[in-house]
Design a protein. Sequence first.
Length: 309
Amino acid sequence: MRFRSNVPVLVAIVVAALLALAALGACSQQPAVEEVTVPSVITMDKAAAEAALATIGFTSQVTTETTTAPVGQVVNQTPAANTKAAKGTAIALIVSAGPPAPPQATVPDVVGLKSVDARKKIKEYGLTYFVEHQVSSKVAAGTVMSQAIPPGKSVPKGTQVKLEVSSGPATIEVPNVVGLSESAAKAKITSKGFKVKTASVHSSGTPKGLVMDQSPNAGEDHTKGSTVHITVSLGPKAGPTATVPQVVGTVEAAGAEELRMLGFIPIVQTRADPTAQSGEILDQSPEAGTVLPKGSNVTIIVATPGLYQ
């Protein structure tokens, strides 16, 4: 029986073993990789964190996420701080991209609307408002004249929109003219930019020609060019009148009666006059022919016997 030679197989085994030993020796001669402690870079900004890692031999691998932290701040790292890692290891950093964008709203057009309607509309869009009043002779009071943010612009919800609302024409304080003469009152009122309208009435309490009332009242604010009404006294209202009769030469009883019949009040004074008939009216005041309101006093001088006084 013929046996096959195993020499080639043995040679192959020996060669493989030698190669393995050589590889093992080579590996044992390579220096071990140095490991260092990973520092904490959380809360640092991105540039500072990368510089700190590079100083001790690490590289950085950065990704960003939306967070509530400030933009650019490191919010997480892998490996964690205080663990060991080989120099050259890439440290994964998560850097804040800032908070997510807030919900947006489109600014509505409110120019020309009444202030109350404009404010309501702005609130419906999720916005707030601030109102500033401005004098205007062209835009009706209470109407929106302008808005700080143009209509159609997209802004974060809750943004404040400044509204400029008309307060109407400029107003002026009405001066006090009660007690002044009509001419002085008119001059004072017109000098302030107002117009004047006059009415006249009889008054027993205010002298003739003086202002006894005004509207609007003094101190009120009114639009320039508006009218101030004044009431001027005509003095006491005249009653019925009568002409004083001639009673000199008549006797007291007859003269006094005549005066009473005409509506006058006789006032009797006496004077001694031996040349005159006793009771004769010697004089009167006012004189005959004077027109007086009924109820006026008329003085008569009546003679009495005796020596002249």
